[in-house]
Design a protein around this ligand. Sequence first.
Ligand code: B4P
Length: 199
Amino acid sequence: MTRLLLIGPPGAGKGTQAVRLAEAYGVPAISTGDIFRSNVKNETELGKQAKAYMDAGDNVPDSLTNALIRDRLAESDAEHGVLLDGYPRTEDQVRELDAFLLGHGQALDVVVELVADPDIVVERLRKRAVEQGRSDDDEAVVRHRLEVYREQTEPLIDLYENRGVLVKIDAIGSVDEVTERITAALAERGISLPDAATR
Ligand code: B4P
């Protein structure tokens, strides 16, 4: 049973690594960003409420995000482990997640911080803007997302460090290199890849 959280600035590679790690460890990846984007695309009520915040590079209000994650974590596939990508992002979201996990006799095993220089993430997102045309990858919006990250999400790093669950990973390098760094750090914490454990 593995409960992981990926935290880091926009463009650090959270979404990219989440997909790989979820597959490798056999747990569902839950990305609040992906859930919001799919709601925006399908023009649901939640999507209509989230869109303006996302386009501006602001966090979607905690009330909406917490309600969404409560429902998602209560689904049966999340009972035996989960990889959280981009949630929690604020202190209020940490309180919500703590209450949910405590209520279910669960806890986060490891919080993986992806550490990346702001100039590099801006460059990565500039490239993605060209390739995918995401409305929040415009350079001015990306700079604002970095500010929001510094103000609202960075304080969570100290909080998890004080709890003794934080692992810092250098997110600069190829996608494979970063995955290998994460799996090695998790192995050091006693979380092995299911295949390796049965080999
Ligand atoms: P997210 O979807 O979480 O967007 P993000 O922070 O930019 O991370 P993302 O996963 O997209 O980027 P990644 O680093 O993988 O959030 C989007 C918006 O949703 C937020 O601004 C907010 O409005 C809202 N939201 C989401 N969660 C919320 C919450 N909990 N509370 C409130 N609001 C919330 O990848 C970036 C690029 O880098 C990709 O193109 C990738 O291909 C590339 N890349 C990755 N690894 C690389 C590597 N090693 N080398 C080179 N390029 C790499």
